[in-house]
Design a protein around this ligand. Structure first.
Ligand code: NI
Length: 693
């Protein structure tokens, strides 16, 4: 044990107590101790900032060995990324929290990516640009001063410009703001972009394309005048659970129905779901959004470079919202705080960062039998675990749903403000500008995509799994198919990593099955889960575009790799200004065999967005999702034991003719045979109101 220098200088602090579980998020005390270790490092200066602090997870084998009682609790380690704001010295460290020892140190030389962008750097951009005469002159040529505009600095990407080599570059746009409460997104100052070195504090280039008008339309969606008189007639909807919710939370451990899991929160990936098991059987060791890319389609000289890796470049977990009861989540809500480190390394608590609640989800199963008179219905419900993060103009929600029947879903929710441009007007032949929508007078919204990479470290009944691609197959008329009605399915194992770049195909109902190679049902089928993708386009950029190399993960809907604890992010560790080829292309380079191995799925899902008028001035929620369903994981429907709804009307057998007498007994009014025979749900609702209202 080492003593550490207390940052307040008051006293030395001891090693913080280890959490009870090796995958627990870093505690505030652990973050404090990490900061103290860093402050004592000889290379730390007054300009040293913490770009990232998070748990360095023990390898899976160590965690599972510890759970089996075969291995000790793994050592607690932190991963820390440090940026010196002035020298741009960038280091990636792994520290022992117990001893304070530096276990690994990588100094980035800037040729293979930079550390993520810090808030401190975003804040500097305005100061740097406004001190540059060329920038001030370009604004003046548009009738503007630096006080009229706000700057929107963005990640630079990588275009091989020698002047940008090994430098920390941001590119910035300006937006005019008519007043402090005026939303500047409505008034892009198009045709003007500055390229800035934030460490050298210098504008290295200004791209000035005159001829754009600044759109004058209002984007003030929060202005009562723009909102109009409130819509009337909306009655309150209240969700109540008088006996509380059905899940329990113990630290980061959650139990609900047959589900057990751990949840944690990370500055980069946001919410992480861990060690999901159903009825004691492992399903998913770790699930998270490992990366995302928002590539824009407009090739204009001022904005061809627009594409944002919100996870790897910006660390979207840092921008997690503090959620408010009754606003962001309704019902019987449990919140968890997210504990992160700020850029000075101090613990920062995001209150109510993660929201958990149950939702009724309609009918789970139902049948009214023609022959037996049996009539049964059960209701589905789901456990919802979510967070919202605001990254610049967009607000993203990530919602994980666990269902009673073993289904897992992940849904991205997209709202906020469109990224805007000055609409250039129609082409010479009168056709609309081909790369942006005009969503309000003179206001453009460039076409773009939102592509998310879910990293799904599967453990379906253990770590020995195989991924099969399953397609529906149409069969021609033949001797064995004389009437041509036959169709079947093909099941193709993805045998090695290089075979794994797969694309969704709705025309053949393509799904990917993650099957155990060790466990089987009593019928001899491998137990499995199936990933149901949503068929939407992968990355639309040309394969030779810079972004295609940098976001290789997004060129396919699925890659599969053999588990490697170092492979955590789909576009690699250092995404900011990375020239490309990081992440997935490196992970599959070794072409490891995948059959019967510990597999990790990298699933790209998302939206291709051609903005519409209705998305302005604030976007109604849009959605993108995927589903994991048990497939021969169980011997039968695993929800037969779900109790019937509490209402006497939904009791087993209710509605059947031979139970009519019981109905008479149960209810104040006489049963109407025809009514029950018809068994209309609405009719029952009316009946319930009369009997029990
Ligand atoms: Ni969009």
């Amino acid at each position: 044990m080492t003593t550490m220098i207390d940052v307040d200088g008051s006293s030395a602090t001891a090693t913080p107590p280890s959490p009870q579980h090796p995958l627990s998020s870093l505690t505030a005390a652990e973050i404090e101790s990490v900061r103290a270790v860093v402050q004592a490092l000889p290379e730390t200066t007054e300009w040293t900032r913490f770009a990232y602090v998070g748990l360095e997870e023990p390898p899976k084998g160590e965690v599972l060995g510890w759970e089996r009682g075969e291995l000790p609790l793994p050592e607690r380690k932190a991963r820390v990324q440090l940026l010196d704001l002035r020298s741009a010295r960038s280091t990636d460290l792994v520290l022992s929290i117990g001893s304070g020892a530096v276990l690994r140190e990588t100094v980035l030389d800037g040729t293979a990516g930079q550390l993520p962008i810090l808030d401190a750097e975003f804040e500097e951009v305005g100061v740097i640009a406004n001190a540059d005469e060329r920038w001030v002159a370009a604004l003046a040529a548009r009738g503007l001063t630096v006080d009229d505009v706000v700057l929107v600095p963005l990640s630079a990407g990588h275009y091989g410009y020698p002047a940008e080599e090994k430098r920390r570059i941001l590119r910035t746009f300006a937006f005019q703001q008519f007043s402090p409460t005026d939303h500047p997104w409505a008034h892009p100052v198009d045709g003007l972009t500055a390229y800035i070195d934030v460490a050298d504090r210098a504008v290295i280039e200004i791209i000035d394309t005159p001829g754009f008008e600044i759109p004058q339309t209002s984007g003030n969606f929060d202005d009562p005048e723009l909102q109009g008189s409130p819509l009337t007639g909306l009655m309150p909807i209240q969700i109540t659970q008088p006996e509380g919710s059905s899940f329990t939370v113990d630290g980061e451990e959650v139990s609900w129905g047959e589900w057990k899991l751990r949840i944690s929160f990370d500055a980069r990936e946001g919410l992480i779901l861990r060690q999901l098991s159903f009825a004691g059987r492992p399903v998913l060791y770790r699930g998270s959004i490992s990366e995302m890319i928002v590539p824009y389609a407009d090739p204009a000289p001022n904005r061809f470079w627009q594409n944002y890796f919100d996870t790897g470049e910006y660390l979207f977990g840092r921008y997690t919202n503090e959620l408010e009861l009754g606003c962001d989540c309704v019902g019987d809500i449990t919140y968890l705080d997210a504990v992160l480190a700020d850029e000075l390394g101090a613990p920062r608590v995001v209150r109510n960062g993660v929201c958990m609640h149950e939702e009724d989800f309609g009918t789970l199963w139902k049948h009214s039998d023609l022959f037996t008179g049996s009539s049964e219905v059960r209701r589905q419900r789901r456990l919802v675990i979510s967070f919202f993060t605001t990254v610049g103009n967009y607000d993203y929600g990530f919602f994980w749903y666990l269902y009673l029947d073993g289904t897992i879903e992940c849904e991205a929710k997209l709202t906020g403000i469109l990224f805007t441009s000055a609409y250039p007007g129609a082409e010479e032949d009168g056709s609309p500008y081909p790369f942006a929508s005009e969503v309000a007078p003179g206001l453009g919204a460039p076409y773009h995509q939102h592509l998310f990479s879910a990293r799904l470290d599967m453990t379906v009944d253990g770590v020995a799994n195989v991924v099969n691609e399953i397609d529906a197959v149409r069969l021609p008329i033949s001797e064995t198919n004389p009437y041509g009605n036959a169709f079947t399915k093909s099941v193709t194992p993805i045998a090695s990593e290089k075979q794994s770049g797969r694309v969704a195909d709705g025309a053949v109902n393509r799904v990917w099955q993650i099957a155990s190679t060790e466990k089987a049902t009593s019928l001899g089928q491998p137990t499995s889960y199936v990933l149901f993708p949503t068929e939407t386009p992968t990355l639309m950029a040309d394969p030779d575009a810079s972004v295609s190399a940098r976001a290789a993960f997004a060129t396919k809907n699925l890659f599969v790799t053999k588990y490697d604890p170092a492979e955590r992010y789909a576009a690699g560790d250092f995404v900011n200004q990375h020239p490309g080829g990081g992440g997935i292309p490196q992970f599959i380079e070794g072409d490891e065999p995948l059959i019967g191995e510990d597999v990790v799925l990298w699933h790209t899902f998302g939206l291709t967005h051609f903005p519409r008028n209705e998305d302005w001035p604030v976007m109604p929620m849009d959605y993108a999702k995927f589903t994991l369903k048990p497939y021969n994981f169980f011997e039968r429907n695993p929800t037969l034991n779900v109790p019937a709804p509490a209402s006497a009307h939904c009791a087993p057998g209710h509605g059947a003719h031979h139970h009519a007498e019981q109905d008479v007994h149960d209810h104040s009014g006489p049963a109407v045979p025809g009514h029950h025979g018809a068994h209309g749900h609405e009719a029952h609702g009316g009946h319930a109101a009369r009997s029990h209202g």
